[in-house]
Design a binder for this molecule. Structure first.
Ligand SMILES: *[C@@H]1O[C@H](CO)[C@@H](O)[C@H](O)[C@H]1NC(C)=O
Ligand SMILES: *[C@@H]1O[C@H](CO)[C@@H](O)[C@H](O)[C@H]1NC(C)=O
Ligand SMILES: *[C@@H]1O[C@H](CO)[C@@H](O)[C@H](O)[C@H]1NC(C)=O
Length: 421
C-alpha cells in the first residue's frame, strides 16, 4: 500500500420516485488509480466576460446590465474578492460582439465609438471600440487578482460579406498587431490570444471558410512570434471558438499546419434556448446530459488524427443560449448540468472549461445587479479547489442519476510510480 490522494465528486440528481419507494439502495463506486485517463490544465475552471452592452435584450428583458468588458464596474469590491478566492482564476474575454471590436491604438482608421444598435448590423450592433485606458483598467483588475487572461481577437477585421452570412477576404492583422504590441509594451501578461468567435462551420451570425481561416491563423502566428520574440513566455494561439463541426475543424488543422494552433476551442450550449420552459427537466435527465459526450469524443478524435500538436478547450459554455434561462441558470438546479459538464469534459482530455459567464446574463456565476455569488459560483470554486489535473476512471453500478468523477487531488504529487495520485 502506498499513499494516495484523490478527490471524488459525486453528483446526485433527482431519483425517480419509483426507485426511492423501494427504500434504501446500495451501490458501489470503484476508482482505478493505476492509470490516469486524461489530464486537465492546472487552471481548468475558467469564466468569461462578454462584450454585450446594457441594451442587449431578449424577450423584453435585458439581463446584461453593466457587466461587459466595456462597462463593468471594476472597482466593485465583491468582484475582486470573488475572483481572488480562486487564487488564479482564468478569465476569457470574448463573445458574439468580439468580431466587431476595434482597438483604439496605432493607426486605427475608424472612429472610436461604443457599440450602437443599428439595423443590419451583425447581432444588431455597430462596431464598438476598446479604449486603451479601459484596457489598462481591466489589466489592473487582472493583476490585482492574479487572473490568467485569454483575450478573443476580432477575426472579421478587414473582411467583407460575400453572401448572406458568409464573410470573405483576408483578415487585416494591423489593428490586432498594434493592440498586441501595446499590451506587450505595458507588460500585461496575456496567457492566450483567441482568434474569432463562432465563425466556424455555418457560423452564428457570420461564418468564414476553414481554408481562409487557416491562412489567417498562419498570419496571426507570425505576428505573435515576431512581437513576442524577446519575451520568455509566449502566449498560446487558440481558435476558432465556435461550435464543433468535424469537417471544418479538420480542414482548419490541415490548412494551418503543425504548431500553428495550440488549442482548439469549442462552445457548448447543449440545453438549447434560454426561453425553453423545459430546461429543468433536461438538466435532470441523465440521458439528455450524456448526449453531448459525442461532441467531446469527436473533437478528441479529430485532434488525435489531424492536429496532435493541439489540445481541446471549451472556450465558452453557458448551458442555455440567448443569455441563459431566467430563474434556472442562476439557481441550484443548474449545478447538475454544470458539474456534470466539468467531469465529462475532463474525462475527454479537455484542458480548460470556460463558463459563460463570470458575470452577466442569467447564467452569471455572479449576479450582475448585486455582484454576489450564485450557486454555480460555489460549484466552480469547489471543483477548482478539489479536483487536480489527473483524471481517473470510476466504475459504478449505481443508477444513471448518480454521476461520479474522480481526479487526483489538487496540489498533490505522486509519491510512488504505480500510484498516480
Ligand atoms: C485499472 O486500469 C488498468 C490500466 O488501464 C487496467 O489494466 C486494470 O484492469 C484496471 N483495473 C480494474 C479493476 O478495472
Ligand atoms: C462602482 O463601485 C464603487 C465601489 O462599490 C462605487 O463607489 C461606485 O459608485 C460604482 N460606480 C458606478 C459608476 O456605479
Ligand atoms: C440578481 O439578484 C436580484 C436580487 O436578489 C434578483 O432579483 C435577480 O433575479 C438576480 N438576477 C440574476 C440574473 O441572477
Amino acid at each position: 500500500m502506498g499513499f494516495f490522494h484523490l478527490s471524488l465528486f459525486v453528483i446526485l440528481g433527482t431519483f425517480p420516485a419509483a426507485l426511492l419507494a423501494q427504500g434504501v439502495m446500495y451501490s458501489s463506486i470503484a476508482v482505478n488509480v493505476t492509470e490516469t485517463i486524461a489530464e486537465t490544465d492546472e487552471n481548468f475552471v475558467c469564466a468569461t466576460i462578454d462584450w454585450w452592452p446594457h441594451d442587449k435584450c431578449n424577450y423584453n428583458r435585458c439581463p446584461w446590465g453593466y457587466s461587459s468588458a466595456i462597462n463593468l464596474n471594476l472597482s466593485n469590491p465583491f468582484l475582486g474578492r470573488a475572483i481572488q478566492a480562486f487564487k488564479n482564476l482564468r478569465i476569457r474575454i470574448g463573445g458574439s460582439l468580439q468580431d466587431q471590436v476595434v482597438y483604439d491604438v496605432g493607426k486605427l482608421k475608424v472612429p472610436c465609438h461604443p457599440f450602437q444598435k443599428i439595423n443590419n448590423g451583425l447581432f444588431g450592433y455597430s462596431k464598438g471600440c476598446l479604449h486603451m485606458k479601459r484596457w489598462d483598467e481591466l489589466n489592473c483588475l487582472f493583476r490585482n487578482n492574479r487572473v490568467v487572461v485569454t483575450f478573443g481577437l476580432n477575426a472579421l477585421f478587414g473582411r467583407h460579406r460575400i453572401r448572406q452570412d458568409a464573410w470573405g477576404g483576408d483578415w487585416d492583422s494591423s489593428n490586432a498587431r498594434d493592440f498586441i504590441r501595446y499590451t506587450i509594451s505595458k507588460g500585461y501578461p496575456v496567457d492566450s490570444w483567441e482568434f474569432g468567435n463562432e465563425l466556424s462551420g455555418s457560423g452564428i451570425g457570420a461564418s468564414v471558410a476553414a481554408e481562409q481561416y487557416g491562412k489567417d491563423l498562419i498570419a496571426l502566428r507570425k505576428v505573435i512570434d515576431e512581437l513576442y520574440e524577446n519575451s520568455h513566455v509566449k502566449p498560446l494561439l487558440i481558435a476558432p471558438g465556435g461550435f464543433f463541426d468535424e469537417g471544418w475543424y479538420t480542414k482548419l488543422l490541415q490548412v494551418s499546419g503543425p504548431g500553428v494552433i495550440n488549442v482548439m476551442t469549442h462552445h457548448i450550449y447543449n440545453l438549447g434556448a434560454g426561453i425553453d420552459p423545459n430546461l429543468v427537466s433536461k438538466i435532470l435527465s441523465p440521458l439528455y446530459l450524456s448526449e453531448i459526450s459525442k461532441t467531446f469524443s469527436d473533437l478528441q478524435e479529430t485532434i488525435r488524427k489531424h492536429g496532435p500538436w493541439s489540445s481541446a478547450w471549451v472556450g465558452e459554455s453557458g448551458g442555455a443560449y440567448n443569455s441563459g434561462g431566467r430563474h434556472v441558470s442562476n439557481t441550484f438546479v443548474n449545478s447538475f448540468w454544470y458539474l456534470d459538464q466539468l467531469g465529462m469534459a475532463s474525462k475527454h482530455n479537455t484542458k480548460v472549461y470556460c463558463r459563460q459567464s463570470l458575470i452577466g446574463g442569467n447564467y452569471g456565476l455572479l449576479n450582475w445587479s448585486t455582484s454576489l455569488p450564485n450557486p454555480d459560483y460555489y460549484s466552480a470554486l469547489l471543483w477548482h479547489r478539489l479536483m487536480g489535473k489527473g483524471v481517473l476512471t470510476v466504475e459504478s453500478n449505481a443508477p444513471s442519476h448518480l454521476r461520479s468523477y474522480a481526479h487526483c487531488s489538487k496540489g498533490r504529487v505522486s509519491r510512488l510510480d504505480f500510484l498516480l495520485c
